[in-house]
Design a protein around this ligand. Structure first.
Ligand code: RFL
Length: 404
């Protein structure tokens, strides 16, 4: 199918309309198609945009198992790598945790999200799945009725209407699904009070571990992506634009916070991407509104401190695919009835650990002499001391770090 194919030459009706072709929408689309459920994916962006958007990289063991179960893990096994060590750098030295050998004894797989999305998309198209790029969902209507619909802006700018039995909102935090929620839906929102500058550097990883630096200047992070590309993070003054510092200053500051003088230099390279984001999170409750179901970032947004978002997206997509298949192929709606509660249990667990991780990595910002700042910095040191000395705490960390 080409991007320019006019949607109106195809039927605008299907059993399931899936909004969004991120990890959630694509896994859902593939599983529905494989189960013989008539479905279509509507994606606002172009195919090339979807395939090049660099975001996540750390896939949890359970995510890999889901992808393997459905024959979707070939690319990540061929080109990804296993990763099971993290290194905290503080004024007290280094703390290395081989988390892949602690707790459940399972590492992450590192595979850039855009490569996973590229694999999923190719698989979906090979199966004959229907997808419409450049098609923006504007609103979901009649989710309370038997035949909900989605109003879209088509690639040529004209409006269209898609009808379905169910609508799966996998269109992220700013998508139409969230905009279409009824007044009864609750959005629980939390601001961790921290901002990050996220960087993608054209340079090989500088350490053989996920690096978490805790420093008076603020947090710095290092995460491998591929042999030639590494993600870095700098805790950042809220409101400061991403381009406020020249590259040289960014690398110098990363050196300071990562304590390059003590632990070895960072391998510098051109900065391919910069983005500023506040560490905020939210949860929509419930995740079902009549015939509209939310999955992935549309359901819940997590701060990236613990790398959970893409993993939850894949898990929820599998749960939703099973539930929709049971309902449409067998008339059994128990899975759909339980979908929201099942997902929310995972989501709140991930939110709790992400919050813990965020507090571990950052002292709450504030004036230097502020008593609250001292208190939070002391708690942060105590948390790290416990992680350094308690095997039980290390096992707990490993279980939560790789789990969803
Ligand atoms: P996505 O990936 O945002 O895909 C949603 C899709 O919907 C489309 N869309 C629409 N389509 C039609 N109509 C509309 N009105 C639409 N509005 C939007 C969009 O174009 C898009 O294609 O959501 P999904 O599938 O729920 O997947 C979620 C993940 O992308 C996200 O949680 C992760 O990237 C979060 N995350 C990480 N998660 C991990 O598990 N491990 C990591 O290592 C990790 N690192 C990260 C991250 C997120 C980051 N950002 C974005 C802050 C690192 C970063 C920097």
């Amino acid at each position: 199918m080409t991007e320019s194919q006019n949607s109106r030459t195809l039927s605008n009706s299907s059993d399931v309309v899936v909004l969004g072709a991120g990890p959630a929408g694509l896994v859902l689309g593939i599983l529905l198609h494989t189960a013989g459920i008539d479905s279509v994916i509507l994606e606002r962006a172009s195919r090339s945009h979807v395939q090049t958007r660099a975001r996540a990289g750390f896939l949890a063991p359970n995510t890999v198992r889901i992808l393997e179960r459905h024959g979707l893990a070939d690319g990540l096994h061929r080109h990804g790598s296993r990763h099971g060590t993290c290194e905290f750098r503080t004024e007290d030295g280094r703390l290395r945790l081989d988390y892949g050998a602690l707790g459940p004894g399972e590492p992450h797989h590192v595979y850039p999200q855009q490569k996973l999305v590229t694999d999923l998309l190719a698989h979906y198209l090979d199966l004959g799945g229907r997808i419409h790029f450049g098609t923006e969902a504007l609103v979901v209507q009649d989710a309370d009725g038997a035949r909900p619909s989605v109003t879209t802006r088509e690639p040529d700018g004209s409006p269209a209407r898609w009808t379905a039995r169910y609508v799966a909102g996998c269109d992220g935090r700013y998508g139409a699904a969230r905009r279409s929620l009824p007044p009864g839906a609750v959005r629980h929102h939390h601001d961790h009070g921290v901002t990050w500058l996220g960087l993608l550097a054209e340079s090989p990883p500088s350490l053989d571990a996920v690096g978490y630096a805790i420093h008076d200047h603020g947090f710095a992070g290092h995460m491998a992506r591929t042999a030639d590309v590494t993600r870095y993070y700098l805790q950042w003054q809220r409101g400061t634009p991403a381009d406020a510092w020249p590259e040289q200053r960014i690398w110098d500051e990363l050196d300071v916070r990562m304590r390059a003088e003590d632990h070895g230099p960072l391998r510098r390279g051109r900065l391919l991407e910069r983005g500023v984001f506040d560490l905020t999170c939210d949860v929509i409750e419930p995740l079902r509104h009549g015939s509209l179901f939310l999955a992935g970032d549309a359901a819940s947004l997590l701060a990236p401190a613990a790398a959970k978002g893409a993993n939850l997206a894949v898990l929820e997509a599998e749960l939703l695919a099973e539930a929709l298949t049971d309902a449409l192929a067998r008339g059994d709606t128990a899975g759909l009835d339980g979908y929201s509660d099942r997902c929310l249990a995972h989501i709140w667990r991930a939110q709790e650990f992400t919050g813990w991780m965020t507090r571990l990595l950052h002292a709450v910002p504030g004036p230097e002499q502020d008593a609250g700042s001292f208190f939070h910095a002391a708690l942060q040191r105590s948390r790290l001391a416990s992680l350094r000395t308690s095997r039980i705490h290390q096992d707990w960390f490993a279980e939560n770090y790789v789990g969803v």
